[in-house]
Ligand binder design. Sequence first.
Ligand SMILES: [Zn+2]
Ligand SMILES: [Zn+2]
Ligand SMILES: [Zn+2]
Length: 135
Amino acid sequence: MPQRPLRPCKKIGCINLTRDKTGYCELHIQEYLEYLKMQKAERDKRYDERVRRIRDKQYSEFYKSDEWERTKTQVLIRDKGLCQWCLVKGIVRPADVVHHIVPIKEDWSLRFDLMNLVSLCHECHNEWHSRVGKG
Ligand SMILES: [Zn+2]
Ligand SMILES: [Zn+2]
Ligand SMILES: [Zn+2]
């Protein structure tokens, strides 16, 4: 392998010569690698944010969709408009929301699955979400 030519270190103000492929001298390679690592972390963070924004948009569009409205109506009819969890406890209370048992964030394919949907009152729904988290 032919040796790389000696070049001045790319670090501004550094007078050392280097043959390293990064273009930095021994003193500054580490600093340069740290900088690359930081840049990558920054890029990853921005990427995660972008993915989250796209997903949030997907969810809010889902909840606004006609198909969701239709599915919700179907579930409420099936459950006779009553909170199913209250019913188990022997309480008859009108349902306010249709809830995903497996959150759409965990399994997007189950979003219209009637088996994955249940009518709940606000109280049961809030209680579940305060225990398990949003979804
Ligand atoms: Zn240097
Ligand atoms: Zn309830
Ligand atoms: Zn829910």
